[in-house]
Design a protein around this ligand. Structure first.
Ligand code: MTE
Ligand code: MO
Length: 527
């Protein structure tokens, strides 16, 4: 029993140290939040450290995170950072009971790590970004020093000390005061951050989208199939997938937003305001957007009706010519307010397809999550090489001269969308009753269109599915197949043929480097 007693008393001696460490970390984060609220909302330490982790995560790990946590991946990352911080903070707190200086120095070191992360983010705006972490680190170190001195063993006779030999009441009072002060500064910081975003929210609320000069053709009556479980033809904004690296969604004020066009071959560099763009003839188009990180059968695809400025015209006005017309720049690099860079082939943007700077999505201004006030779209290209959200800069350059963000992280320079079909219903491992079962889903091959979808049951023959009416070659095409299901386990497989006559390849490829391929299969048990 002696061992247990020793363990207990060690624990009770360590507890105030651990609490002091937690409070020091809490104070550091809260004060950093306050300073970030004053300097720049996205410069808070958890945000910059999280961002730095994202920047340095190998493609395969990122893919795993997206696959496992889906759109919660960012929340999981931030929670992970906080949990790791909490454990380190408790350790430093216990350490500081005996080695006060080492504990404080440890907390300071974390502030420096945060500052380093802030300065190396692609959107770093200068040394000011290091301030929140540095201020937090200093405050945390001071708090730890102070609380550790209260928690340390006192000369005998301290009031309320009992047998513990330390000033318990004094420590708890100091700890409570620290907690209150830190909570207050964190709340004030949150308030300031929210207030900074309010101008952007007001500018979005006030934005009235003009009528398009070139409206989208009406979606044909038969473009949607009335099959329960199939994706709706138009994805509502709230259900539209979101993929980006932003831990804090940028809230850009439409009134102060600018787009600069410059670089190689630009004879008339220009900076546009939103009002100037909105005064131009706008086009409205249905376009299906797809993420390169979408697994075979995955969810990172959506179809919306977009309103925007034709991009090729803007480039032509700036003097840009595509390479096929003697232009020197073959890559168009789009840069967002959060420092993201995406590179598209100039040739694709100017070949007559509906590449646009979108301002509207399904009849409303772009949601903040999807790039308000302006994002780029190029039909036929995966999002990471075309669909820059919160865009603010367009630079003409070459593929030889510059690698954008994802290309630096082992993704391909050029990435046209691969022909794919997905089974939406039945779901994997569903247990439909024997008899007529409707199998259905969507198929896509933006720019080429879908001409055929076939379904195979187990190792049987390929059977033609019924296709919905095609809207445009840039949209996905729903399909369905009536299956006479017999009892037992069955594997349903689907494949599409695109407008170029190519049958979707069976060859499995991972998402890295230029998009997944292979056939989608679903296993069901018919009862
Ligand atoms: N600024 C910015 N734009 C971005 C990204 C990003 O991380 N940051 N991700 C791209 C990727 S990988 C995709 S697939 C699309 C997704 O657009 P959505 O979130 O509106 O669906 O945005 C693209 N644009
Ligand atoms: Mo993507």
């Amino acid at each position: 029993m002696a061992g247990v007693t020793t363990f207990r008393s060690t624990l009770s001696r360590a507890a105030p140290g651990a609490l002091a460490g937690l409070l020091a970390a809490f104070t550091a984060l809260a004060l950093a939040e306050l300073v970030a609220g004053l300097v720049r909302p996205t410069a808070g330490p958890v945000t910059v450290v999280g961002g730095a982790v994202i920047d340095r995560t190998p493609a395969a790990v990122k893919d795993f995170a997206i696959r496992t946590f889906g759109e919660d991946d960012k929340a999981v990352l931030q929670l992970g950072i906080l949990v790791v911080l909490a454990f380190i903070a408790m350790g430093l707190g216990v350490l500081s009971l005996r080695h006060r200086r080492a504990g404080g120095a440890g907390v300071l070191l974390f502030g420096i790590v945060g500052a380093f992360a802030a300065l190396t983010r692609p959107d770093s705006a200068g040394v000011g970004d290091a301030l929140p972490s540095v201020a937090g680190g200093v405050a945390g170190a001071l708090v730890l020093w102070f609380l550790a001195s209260k928690a340390a063993r006192q000369p005998a006779g301290g009031e309320g000390g009992g047998g513990a030999g330390w000033n318990r009441r004094g420590f708890l009072t100091a700890a409570a005061a620290t907690a209150v002060a830190a909570t207050a500064s964190g709340a004030l910081g949150q308030f300031l951050v929210d207030r900074k975003g309010q101008g952007a929210v007001a500018s979005r609320d006030a934005l009235v989208l003009p009528e398009p000069a070139s409206p989208a053709t009406a979606v044909p009556a038969g473009a949607e199939l009335k099959v329960p479980g199939i994706s709706p033809f138009t994805t509502p904004n709230r259900d539209f997938y979101r993929v980006d690296t932003a831990l804090v969604v940028p809230r850009v004020d439409a009134g102060t937003w600018r787009l600069r066009i410059h670089g190689k071959g630009v004879t008339r560099p220009r900076t546009h305001t939103l009002d100037q763009l909105l005064a131009r003839p706008l086009i409205e188009r249905d376009i299906t957007l797809t993420c390169v990180s979408n697994e075979v059968g995955g969810p990172y695809i959506g179809n919306a009706r977009w309103l925007g400025v034709p991009l090729a015209e803007l480039l032509r006005e700036a003097g840009v010519r595509p390479p096929s017309r003697g232009g020197k720049a073959d890559q168009l690099v789009a840069r967002s307010v959060d420092g993201m860079t995406l590179g598209s082939p100039v040739e694709d943007v100017m070949d007559g397809r509906d590449a646009m700077l979108a301002v509207g999505m399904n009849g409303e201004p772009l949601p903040f999550d999807h790039g308000f006030p302006v994002r780029m779209l190029v039909p036929g290209l995966y999002g990471y090489v075309s669909a820059c959200k919160w865009i603010t800069d367009l630079e003409l350059t070459t593929f030889d001269a510059y690698d954008p963000y994802w290309v630096k992280r082992s993704w391909a320079r050029r990435a046209p969308i691969k022909t794919q079909a997905r089974i939406d219903t039945p779901k994997p491992f569903a247990r439909p009753a024997a008899g007529a079962v409707t199998v259905g889903g969507v198929a896509w091959a933006q720019r080429r269109g879908i001409t055929r979808v076939e379904v195979r049951v187990d190792d049987g023959r390929w059977q033609d599915a019924d296709l919905a009416v095609q809207d445009t070659v840039d949209t996905w095409r729903p399909w369905s197949y009536r299956w006479n299901a017999t009892p037992g386990g069955h594997t349903l497989t689907v494949r599409a043929t695109d407008g170029a006559g190519r049958v979707q390849t069976e060859e499995r490829a991972r998402t890295v480097p230029d998009g997944a391929s292979g056939w989608h299969s679903v296993f069901v048990t018919v009862s």
